[in-house]
Design a protein around this ligand. Structure first.
Ligand SMILES: NC(=O)C1=CN([C@@H]2O[C@H](COP(=O)(O)OP(=O)(O)OC[C@H]3O[C@@H](n4cnc5c(N)ncnc54)[C@H](OP(=O)(O)O)[C@@H]3O)[C@@H](O)[C@H]2O)C=CC1
Ligand SMILES: O=C1OC[C@@H](O)[C@H](O)[C@H]1O
Length: 391
């Protein structure tokens, strides 16, 4: 049977849009996939159509792809099946809503929105418009994550009671600053900057995919959230630690993130694990980084001291300069959901995005981190500067 083809429209032309589209352009066969395929049919830049055209050239994309100078034109393109939203988090609510209101399916970068209320509004809209909508938490779709979830389900390490997960970067400067300009999306409150929404979301992903996602519906517990936050000069969080308490399941997840020290000393992950998933019968340790891990260890409590090390390399496509970032697996999930008429992914369901956003809301509130009204409003405005690019 011919593979099912999904036609992508790319909204924004920054760093992650580049990695994602390069992944779309790889041959699915390079990762053993033959039931679906991806096409890039249009790219939009809020800056100019020239920028969109330059982007298509840079990624060695198809000459047939349209280059638009506005997000509005992209979402109106009837040839586009699904929009990939790749703007800063500040923009996600308005941009994703622009696409959903135009009747488009949407894959939206993490952090899905700035507030839980915005995510709820997007979910309501996706339901009303009967479109597919998913948060682009790519690591959930890695074969490594699938294997680890299967191991936990199989009882390989017994009931899991505690998970420690960290994603942190050492961006510390001797003068006390962080090595990003204050205007950079990592620390700029106008762009919803801060460690939690950018990096801590991955620590939480590991907590939730192990202590929440795998539970039967009746055992799923919305956690009690306790957080501590150190704020940066800009007002964004620079160090955030969150305890998610699941009392009925006798479990806790500890999610940490900071821009002051790295998860691993040398950035090569030769040190300790980024994630420790602890069950009463053993432990799974994931070697970092939490967003793109390629190795885990299984340590059984059997008194033999045996450690099983499992490598999960990310496939590369020799026809595309050995490119392979790992974002194709989430793209494949979108394609299969569209093919099968599903509006949400079982692996990253709407309800779970909402609980995670609520957790981040609570943590930020406890740390008194505040973002501007323009980016926290849950009222859709097609003419918002976040949609028109009029900065
Ligand atoms: N999954 C992953 O591994 C990663 C995910 N991300 C996520 O992707 C999103 C984008 O990050 P990244 O690509 O690194 O960001 P960049 O700054 O590299 O790109 C963002 C793009 O958004 C558009 N944009 C629109 N308005 C603005 C504005 N006011 N300021 C800046 N950019 C604007 C621009 O494209 P244009 O001018 O064409 O409209 C710009 O190129 C974030 O939400 C981030 O969390 C980021 C890195 C890795
Ligand atoms: O999602 C991400 O993962 C990789 C990081 O480098 C980046 O800052 C973040 O947005």
């Amino acid at each position: 049977m011919a593979p099912f083809t999904i036609k992508w429209g790319i909204l924004a032309t920054g760093g992650i849009a580049e990695n994602f589209t390069r992944d779309l352009l790889t041959d699915p066969a390079a990762r053993g996939v033959d039931d679906i395929r991806h096409e890039i049919v249009a790219v939009a830049s809020s800056t100019s159509s020239e920028r969109a055209a330059a982007f298509i050239k840079k990624i060695d994309g198809p000459a047939s792809a349209k280059a638009y100078g506005s997000y509005a034109e992209l979402v109106a393109d009837t040839n586009v099946d699904i929009i990939y939203v790749a703007t800063p988090h500040s923009h996600h609510f308005q941009n994703a809503m622009l696409a959903i209101q135009a009747g488009k399916n949407v894959l939206c970068e993490k952090a899905l929105t700035v507030t839980a209320s915005q995510t709820k509004k997007l979910v309501e809209a996706a339901r009303e418009k009967n479109v597919f909508f998913m948060e682009a938490v790519w690591v959930r779709f890695f074969p490594l994550s699938i294997q680890i979830r299967e191991l936990i389900k199989s009882g390989a390490i017994g009931p899991v009671y505690r998970v420690h997960a960290d994603l942190s970067f050492n961006m510390d400067l001797p003068n006390g600053k962080i090595d990003f300009p204050d205007s950079h999306r990592m620390v700029n409150p106008d762009l919803a900057g801060g460690a939690l929404l950018d990096l801590g979301i991955y620590s939480l992903t590991w907590v939730f995919q192990t202590l929440y996602h795998l539970k039967a519906e009746e055992d799923k517990e919305v956690p009690n959230v306790v957080s501590a936050i150190n704020k940066y000069d800009t007002g964004a969080d620079e160090m955030t630690s969150i305890i998610c308490q699941f009392p009925k399941n006798k479990a806790m997840g500890i999610a940490t993130t900071t821009l002051r020290v790295g998860t691993d000393l040398d950035g090569l992950y030769t040190g300790g694990p980024a994630i420790r998933i602890q069950g009463s019968g053993g432990e799974i340790q994931v070697t970092g980084p939490a967003y793109r891990p390629t190795e885990y260890k299984v340590i059984k409590k059997d008194g033999k001291g045996h450690v099983e090390v499992v490598q999960c390399p990310i496939p590369q496509d020799p026809k595309r300069d050995n490119w392979g970032h790992g974002m194709f697996w989430e793209a494949d999930e979108c394609a299969r959901c569209l093919r099968d008429g599903k509006k949400q992914s079982d692996t990253m369901p709407w309800s779970e995005s909402i609980v995670i956003l609520e957790t981040m809301d609570s943590a930020l509130k406890q740390g008194n981190v505040q973002y501007p009204e323009l980016i926290t409003t849950d009222v859709f405005d097609p003419n918002s500067p976040l949609n028109t690019g009029k900065r």
